[in-house]
Design a binder for this molecule. Structure first.
Ligand code: SIN
Ligand code: CO
Length: 399
């Protein structure tokens, strides 16, 4: 194998093309020693500390083996007393979206550039003592489970479907029958990483005190898409002109009190014509996929600020001011439309260089962005991004 080919292997195992062809969204894959020298940059105590914060989402899953309802879930924020009085085994503390708060955690995301950036969700961190787990379950998301400290035994079964029995009322999709026919049992050590596509039954049990990072990828379901598209389509001026029509209906159908197959086809046609508008689809998908778990950006305040001071232009910020994307900032684009943290910005053809700059970096000289902003909408967008906190000054960074 040439050095070049070796360099392109994902986590030292296989090429991006092989991964996308044979595993992504299809089957689990264990990457042994994916990141052998990985240094977590956050300790288990610090992770537990995050679970005390009321602005951070956390859960504590406790198992009482043999009980009629063995699984209990409590939601954070927790008190120090809650966390210091935990038993020696059989619990797991999960902290959501740690990458949005801790730069040392967010750095790991740069390892996943072989997948669409806009599919990325967040990094959840779990800590657990011996036998700690969240139970046998399935998720609707793709996840890369990086073993960061200690050891965890993963039992993986077949993909689940809507008929797979789950424990009623449990906030997680815990499988009533566990994982009856495991297809794989893998013990993971620090540096190992397991990829799981959506819906595969899995159960990760800590074998000692351990920390696992889950890099999750989101995908909308049909309800989210239909609901979101309906709200977006409402903004189209001519939406009331896109309407069910039964011109040329036959006399037999006209006098039949039942719905006909043709009536369903006409409705399907109406939905298809609505969804044929690329900008409607893109605006919804771009905004939805860049939304943050925590609504951290003050859009309304920013709008008001810009209204109140129409002359507010940051074009004259000093030559050498550096800016970067705030940790939670997610961006994507479609044509000349830019999507940032759940917002859509409609720019002009002449602003394509600005969009390229924004999508292909995370740290910029403010003046380069300003110079690439040819239209008023681009300059307004940059102001909104800075004032809302989506972009932040990075003065302390080296140039
Ligand atoms: C864990 O880290 O304990 C749970 C992650 C998962 O199974 O999705
Ligand atoms: Co899971």
């Amino acid at each position: 194998m040439t050095d070049n080919a070796r360099e392109q292997l994902l986590f030292g195992s296989l090429s991006q093309a092989e991964f996308l062809r044979d595993y992504w969204q299809q089957k689990p894959l264990l990457f042994r020693q994916a990141l052998p020298d990985f240094k977590p940059g956050i300790s288990t105590d610090e992770v537990a500390g995050l679970a005390l914060e009321d602005s951070i989402e956390s859960r504590l899953v406790t198992e009482t083996p043999g009980a009629r309802q063995p699984w209990t879930v409590r939601h954070g924020p927790f008190s120090e007393q809650d966390l210091t009085s935990l038993p020696a085994s059989h619990w797991s503390l999960l902290v959501q979206a740690v990458d949005q708060w801790v730069p040392e955690v967010s750095q790991l995301l740069s390892e996943f550039k072989f997948l669409p950036a806009w599919r990325l969700d967040d990094i959840m961190i779990s800590i657990a003592p011996d036998q700690g787990s969240v139970g046998p379950h399935y998720d609707q998301y793709d996840v890369f489970l990086l073993q960061v400290e200690g050891h965890r035994r993963w039992t993986v079964g077949a993909p689940c479907d809507p008929d797979t029995p789950i424990i009623e009322g449990a906030p997680l999709r815990i499988l009533r029958q566990g994982i009856p026919e495991p297809t794989q049992v893998w013990d993971l050590a620090p540096g190992d990483m397991l990829y799981l596509p959506p819906r595969y039954a899995h159960h990760g049990v800590a074998l000692d005190t351990c920390m696992t990072w889950s890099v999750g990828f989101r995908a909308p379901d049909a309800y989210e898409a239909l609901h979101g598209l309906a709200l977006r389509a409402e903004l189209e001026d001519d939406i009331e002109f896109l309407r069910y029509s039964d011109a040329n209906i036959s006399p037999a159908e006209a006098t039949d009190r039942r719905l006909s197959a043709a009536s369903l086809d006409r409705l399907r046609g109406l939905l298809t014509r609505t969804a044929a508008r690329d900008e409607v689809l893109a605006d919804w998908l771009g905004a939805y996929m860049t939304q943050n778990k925590y609504d951290l950006f003050d859009w309304q305040g920013t709008e008001n600020q810009l209204e109140a001071d129409a002359a507010n232009q940051m074009g004259d910020m000093a030559e050498d001011v550096m800016v970067r994307g705030a940790l939670p900032t997610r961006m994507t684009a479609w044509g000349t439309r830019l999507y940032v943290n759940g917002r859509a910005f409609v720019l002009e053809e002449s602003d394509r260089p600005l969009i390229d700059l924004l999508l292909n970096g995370n740290r910029w000289r403010w003046q380069s962005l300003w110079a690439a902003s040819q239209s008023d909408s681009a300059r307004r967008t940059l102001n909104v991004l800075l004032l809302s906190g989506s972009l932040e000054r990075a003065d302390g960074d080296d140039v």
